[in-house]
Design a protein around this ligand. Structure first.
Ligand SMILES: NC(=O)c1ccc[n+]([C@@H]2O[C@H](COP(=O)([O-])OP(=O)(O)OC[C@H]3O[C@@H](n4cnc5c(N)ncnc54)[C@H](O)[C@@H]3O)[C@@H](O)[C@H]2O)c1
Ligand SMILES: [Zn+2]
Length: 398
């Protein structure tokens, strides 16, 4: 399809503004200038170092029993904590699920419920989830469902879990029908992000988390983009101050958006920027792609749709590619798979009925919702994203 065709098609695209609570459209410095970490009304979010070394400081005072659900990779660190808790007289049970998505199975939750039953867990006791998003989703789900909700302490140890999975109170498990179809909203007592735990994270997991962090920059906090653009290498260093600030800012974005729409009826949709294509890529790739990598490609795709549809200034799509590439995130996807991807976009659970809804940007910090973007426009955007050997920047685009 030619550029002229795409522009014509754009005339049919219906978009509506998504008003964000603190005025994300204020421009640089206006949105989330003061990170709101720790000020979320529902629960405390702490970002710091050495926090797991005294995790019990975050326990409510009247706890007698604790269930710790932890990622197998963190076993050694968790055993030290368990010794301390037992020495303090706390009855401590352990659940080590299988690694990765295999943790989010109802049989594993069942093992958790059995442990809680054996221990005589009451509403004043505490479930602690320590690990990546799979573990925190599972542990949160066990806490949400036992006695219709017991207290939960969320200790994310991957970058993705810190800025995304652990924030917002969504918990859940997978079923044969798909991922995250069974779950509950359950706010934790506190979210404890110990940046020291990230030192063992594989590089691909760091860049994956950066994908979600940059998404927060695009939809709401331009300072995130400035920080990454100014020091892309430092942004990838878990020991440095830049990543610390990025984590706080990304959490602040999610906390604010979730506070405005806790049950995902309206503005929370902006968190799905880049996710329409990302979910389709993840399905086509059978979940072998890191989530944040798929989101990076999905954001380039959304930028193509928005620029071609006349919703966003063309210079911004070049900015998408450049900043994502600066931290080593993918900006393109294999050609020739549009039909497969499109079919999967249609069954995304975030789409209502048979409609396709996509978050686009009319500018940085200005998300809009597009209802049923024209098919030709989507396909043209895919073609632009699927050309692998393209130079960075505006020169090679469109
Ligand atoms: N609840 C939500 O709102 C929400 C939001 C986004 C994602 N999620 C869920 O999060 C999950 C993905 O989370 P993830 O990317 O953290 O995956 P993950 O939990 O599978 O963790 C990735 C890998 O890193 C390992 N790991 C964890 N911490 C580590 C550390 N400190 N050092 C070294 N290795 C470590 C894990 O053992 C695992 O092998 C998905 O199931 C997704 O559905 C939930
Ligand atoms: Zn995501």
């Amino acid at each position: 399809m030619s550029q002229a065709d795409a522009t014509q098609a754009a005339g049919q695209m219906r978009v509506r503004e998504l008003v964000t609570p603190a005025g994300g459209a204020e421009g640089p410095g206006g949105a989330a200038a003061e990170p709101a970490v720790g000020s979320d009304a529902a629960h405390e979010v702490r970002v710091g170092r050495g926090l797991v070394g005294h995790l019990e400081d975050f326990f409510p005072g009247d706890v007698n029993r604790v269930l710790i659900v932890y990622a197998p990779t963190l076993r050694d660190r968790v055993l030290g904590l368990v010794d301390r808790l037992r020495a303090q007289g706390l009855e401590t049970r352990l659940l080590e699920p299988p690694d990765g998505e295999a943790a989010k199975r109802i049989e594993v939750a069942q093992r958790g419920w059995d442990l809680l039953g054996e221990a005589g867990f009451t509403r004043t006791d505490l479930v602690v989830g320590i690990g990546g998003g799979t573990v925190t989703d599972l542990a949160g789900f066990i806490a949400a469902t036992w006695l219709r909700g017991v207290r939960y302490l969320n200790v994310p140890t991957t970058l993705l879990a810190m800025v995304d999975a652990a924030i917002g109170g969504k918990t859940g498990v997978n079923t044969l029908a798909g991922k995250n179809l069974v779950g509950a909203f359950h706010a934790p007592q506190a979210v404890v992000c110990d940046l020291d735990t990230l030192s063992t994270l594989p590089h691909a997991a760091v860049t994956s988390g950066l994908g979600e962090i940059l998404k927060c920059g695009f939809i709401r906090d331009p300072k995130i983009l400035d920080l990454v653009w100014g020091a892309p290498r430092a942004a990838l260093d878990p020991a440095g101050d830049v990543l610390h600030e990025l984590v706080e800012r990304a959490i602040a974005v999610k906390v604010d958006v979730v506070a405005a729409d806790p049950f995902e009826h309206s503005v929370r949709a902006i968190l799905n920027y880049g996710h329409t294509l990302a979910h389709a890529i993840e399905r086509v790739e059978d979940y072998t792609w890191a989530h944040g990598h798929a989101v990076a490609v999905g954001m380039v795709f959304a930028a193509e749709v928005a620029a071609r549809g006349g919703v966003m200034d063309s210079s911004l799509r070049g900015a998408h590619r450049e900043i994502l590439a600066a931290v080593g995130l993918p900006t393109s996807y294999a050609p020739g798979r549009w039909e497969q991807l499109r079919a999967r976009m249609r069954i995304d659970k975030k789409n209502r009925g048979s409609h396709t809804r996509m978050v686009l940007l009319s500018g940085i910090g200005r998300p809009v919702l597009a209802e049923d973007p024209p098919e030709e426009l989507l396909e043209a955007a895919y073609e632009a994203v699927s050309v692998t050997a393209r130079p960075l920047g505006e020169g090679g685009i469109g």
